[in-house]
Design a binder for this molecule. Sequence first.
Ligand SMILES: O=C(O)CNC(=O)[C@H](CS)NC(=O)CCC(=O)C(=O)O
Length: 277
Amino acid sequence: MAIVAVGQICSTISMAHNLSQCRLLVQKAVAAGAKALFLPEASDYIAPTASETVSSVRPASSSPFVQGLQASAREHNLPINVGIHEPSSKHENKVINSLVWINADGQIEHRYQKLHLFDVDIPGGPTLQESNSVEKGTEILAPFPTAVGNVGLLICFDLRFPEPSISLRRQGAHIITYPSAFTAATGRAHWSALLRARAIETQSYVVAAAQVGSHNDKRTSYGHSMIVSPWGDIVAELGGEKKDEPEIAVGEIDLERMEKIRKEMPLLRRTDVYPEV
Ligand SMILES: O=C(O)CNC(=O)[C@H](CS)NC(=O)CCC(=O)C(=O)O
């Protein structure tokens, strides 16, 4: 059994501030005995406008934020999963919403690019057009082995679509991650129900690190980072308020219990009957 930590922060436009928040979380995760730390979507920065999202981007190889976290991972021998922005190689005026796995040697070993972009217009909020500044991904990254189990990467709004999580499960995932910056309004309505549903239907651990609180005068995130077991229990959960110091929550990944759940209730799909999904 291994302990994992989810970290909760309130990223702003200041990469230096966001890095210092994340480094505090690394120290807390190490002190708690965690074997991996999961950080939210867009941990490097959250900008108030699409143009500032694009103008703030740095390649990972020269981003002080990414390099700082790589140094922390190496120093503490702790793998870190973190959501960042990276330049798009296809569009000059877009970034990619990316999730990287930094291994215990501080190397970026895996990278996933967000598939589903958050374009919504709900009167009274939220109104966000992620595709104005972000280029969507085109593939699922196969789950990869880590010290805490086989990890499959997805991001935030991807949570609303069961198909990629089912695909990751079928490809051998034990843990599915949803680093997020859920809006306060949609988070209240849907966040925990969706996370529990994905855990129950994939019979996998779901680890969801979330942004919390007010990032700027336009954006507030719901928080409530959590770890959900393959049976759907909420193993650990943080609150919805931004604290003076960023917080972690920790939980055990029990792969034996997961295998028992999968064996006792096999979820055999009738794709012979519904091949279109
Ligand atoms: O803007 C950035 O830099 C970081 N990206 C985000 O915060 C993204 C896109 S705006 N947020 C979501 O996908 C929220 C989904 C959500 O809230 C829901 O599905 O209800």
